[in-house]
Design a protein around this ligand. Sequence first.
Ligand code: FAD
Length: 489
Amino acid sequence: RAASYDYDVCIIGCGVGGHGAALHAVQQGLKTCIIEGHDIGGTCVNRGCVPSKALLAASGRIREMQNEMHLKAMGIQVGSVSFDRQGVADHASQLASNIQGNLKNSLVAIGVDIHVGMAKFVDNHTIAYGLPGRVDVGGQVTAKDVIIATGSVPFVPPGIKIDGKTVFTSDHALKLEWIPEWVAIIGSGYIGLEFSDVYTALGSEVTFIEAVDKIMPGFDNEIARLAQRTLITPRNIDSRTGVLATNVKQGVPGVKPVEIELTDFNTKEVVDVMEVDACLVATGRVPFTQGLSIDKIGAETDRRGFVPVTDKMEVLGKDGKPVPHVYCIGDANGKYMLAHAASAQGISAIENIKGRPHVLNHNSVPAACFTHPEVSFVGLTEEQAREKAEEEKFEVGVVKTSFKANSKALAELEGDGMAKAIFRKDTGEILGVWIIGLHAADLIHEASNAVATNQTIQDLKFNVHAHPTLSEVLDELFKHAEVDPPKQE
Ligand code: FAD
């Protein structure tokens, strides 16, 4: 240990990225501190994954109990289903505060010092922190290595002003302060989709406003079409695609509607003005890196505010070389804005600090949307794989299977689902796997672990799965993959 520093590692920001890095640092014998300006747990625990999944757990139960057809088919009768908005909201906030407490205790128990305040660089090894207007909070620490893990905040497009009541982001929506009769959701990515699931279960009408010409941009086209049939059409969700919400006028809950001006994405002409009760802005997230003074370490953020990094998570300096001893992980570097990617990058950064070179294979990081049913994937869409194949001159193989062929899914009356795998026909390399269906978010890991360990699709063909389980969906999927026979020399 370099005796001249207060700490071996100082981590700025305690979201899941900073927390994961701190736990691994201590396991590796490094004296570690965290500087956090708001809440331990960051976005995921307080304003993201955790409260949203609590709301989705409630919306899932409501859906199950409202699905009379399914229940009757199983011989079950229930009376009318009702819920208490505050009770649902409390479930989400309680869960977030419990998990926040657990994270804090886990850090304190292993000897991580937690300093409260917003941090900024003085130089590569010196970090100052404080809170505006609070002379009692603040100070300065030195560390041999520093990890930036400052995360992200919602992106709000120009022309939209948030009031937190009628025009709001996920930060406000998660508090579930009221249930609007009609809510427009700007953006149909995973955050917008998850909220559409919650709102429709709680009785709201939902309309998506989407800039590109289809909902669920970024999803595999075939999976998005099936999602339309299971997640959108049956819930009477309306979609306005190819339009931008260019001006949003706030309303008053229950009194005055929100006015949303819609502009054609291509012609830039105003095409409509919608009136709704509330508007959720779910247009992505931007890094929270202002105020870090990274110019003090010879680095600068990119145009969008992300901190550029090498594949070892080292911060890239203005001179294009890694800045010695400074790393950046999680949403702040923009490589893969998901909670588990942030903590995996944190572990990777610590490995590199320990002198054991480590590069995380981002192609193996799974992603999931926790709607009912869930959607999950690892790797490329079929469209992206075909583009790659065109450039690199190889043939693409695609295999698919339906949840209708799975006994467990049928027993649950959840046959609406499919899995598809996309692979190189010449080598069997897995390029992408997509699943939509019951527990898709849990099922994807067999595929993502296979990608992480460089297994080919043939390697998975003879895996054995317990019967009857949903995991047999992947058994069925990989069984049908045919690769080209080895070439004769
Ligand atoms: P954050 O969690 O954002 O934490 C950064 C921390 O740094 C914050 O606590 C902040 O206060 C602190 N900080 C910032 N600047 C400073 C500073 N200068 N000094 C001191 N402290 C500072 N991901 C999933 O994988 N699965 C999901 O199901 C999922 N659901 C989501 C649902 C919603 C509604 C949202 C909004 C996000 C969701 N995400 C999900 C994304 C996930 O929350 C983020 O990818 C993840 O939280 C990023 O972690 P992080 O550690 O990089 O940053």
